[in-house]
Design a protein around this ligand. Sequence first.
Ligand code: FES
Ligand SMILES: [Fe+2]
Length: 441
Amino acid sequence: MAYTNEQIDALVRDDSVHKSVYTDPDLYQLEMERIYGHAWIYVGHDSQVPNAGDFYATRIGDQDVIMVRANDKKVYVLYNRCPHRGAKLVPDGCGNTGKFFRCPYHAWTFKLDGAHLAAPMKSGFEGTCFDPKHPDFSMRQLARVESYRGFVFASQAAQGDDLKSFLGGVITSIDNLCDRSPVGEVEVAGGVFKVWQNSNWKVFYENLHDTMHAQVTHESSVVAARDQAKEMGEMPLELHIMDGNGEPYSFWEKLDLCAYDNGHGYMEGIFNPGAAERDPVTRAHFEVLEQAWGRERALEILGMNRHNTIIYGSGSPHTVFQQFRVIRPVAVDRTMIEIQTFRLKGAPEAVFKRSLMYANVINSPSSNVMADDVEVYKRCQDGNLTHGGDWISLHRYLGTDRVVPGGMISTNGTSELPMRNQFRAWKQYMLATKTEAVHAA
Ligand code: FES
Ligand SMILES: [Fe+2]
C-alpha cells in the first residue's frame, strides 16, 4: 500500500510500534528511499582499497555500489552500473580492476572515478547524439562521500548534515577505536565474516542495546561456558566473554545507555578494563601506547570501556575488540551482517589475535552466542506475521531517561530508551522531516 505521512506517524507511538514496520515490504521499500536514500551510510574502510584500482563492491540499502581507489589516491564511491545496458561492472566482493573498469558485456570502459573512457567501434555512434563527455555515458558517483579516520561513508542525498554532525556523540567511538593504535590508524585485516539473518534489519539494532535479553536468550551458551570452565579448572578470556551474558539483572541495571540524534548510541562497557590490566596482552598494548602518548593519555584510551556502539543505518563498531559489524538490509525479512575486524597499526599482534578471537566467539557464523540471537530474531519475524496482536511494547523505563546535550542517557541500564530513540529517528526519516534533533528540547 502507499503510505500517507499520517499513516506512518500512527505506526510509532512513544511507548510502542506497530509490527508492520518489521513485516510490510512496502514500508521496507520506503525505508530504502527515505532512510538509506538520505542518511550517511558506512561503505567500508579505506584500508580495504590500499592501491589504485582496488575496489570493494557492497551495498547501501538496495543499491549496489563500488568503493574504489583511483590513481590520484582518492577513494570514490560509484553505483555499480554500466551506463550502456546497465550491467554491474564488477561482481560483489573485492579485487583490483587495473587502470580502468571494463564492462563484461560490450567492453565499454571507465576511468576509476567513473568517467567514460571509451566504447569499441566508435564509428557506430556517428550521426547520433552519443557524447562520451555527457554524464549519461559515465558511471555515476554517489551524491556525497566523506571519510572519517579512514571510515568511508556515502550519502545518496546531495544536501544534509556533514558526516561529523551526522555522527554526533558516537564519533568518539571511532576515535577511541583508532586511538588504540600508537600511530592512530587501523586497517581491516583477517577477512570479513558474513552472517545471514532471516529477520528485519531493525531487530538487530534493537538487540545491540537490549540488556534484558542477555541472560535469557543466551542461557545455553552461558551454561556451556561455565561447564567448560569447570572442566578446565580456569576461565580463559574466550569463556569469560561468553559467560558475560549470564550476569544478573542487577548488573545490567547499572550500565549507562546513551542515545543520540539520528538513532545512534552506545552502551558503557561490560568487560572491566581494570581486570584486563593484569592480562599480559593488555599490558603490552598499554606499554606501546604509553610510549606514544604518555601514561595519562594511554590510561584514558584503554580506560574507555565501551560496548556496542550503534551508528543507525550503518552498523555497530566495537572499540575494545576492534570490529565493525556492518548491517546490510537485503529484504524485509532478510539481513546480512558483515563483521570486519581491525588491526591496530603498531600495536602488538596479540591484540589483533584477541579481536579475531572475539569475532569468532561472539559474532561469526559458527559462534555459539550469535546462534542464540539469530534464533530469537527469526522468532520475532515469524511471530509478527501471526494474527496474535499488532503492537510491540517499548515501555520499559519510559519517561525516566535523562536529557543531556545532543541526546539522552538511561537512568537504568535495562531501559528501552535505545529502541525508542531509534524509532524516533526512523519516524523522522520516514516522514521526511529528518533535520530536527530527535531528543527532547
Ligand atoms: S552493458 Fe556495459 S558495455 Fe554494454
Ligand atoms: Fe544477544
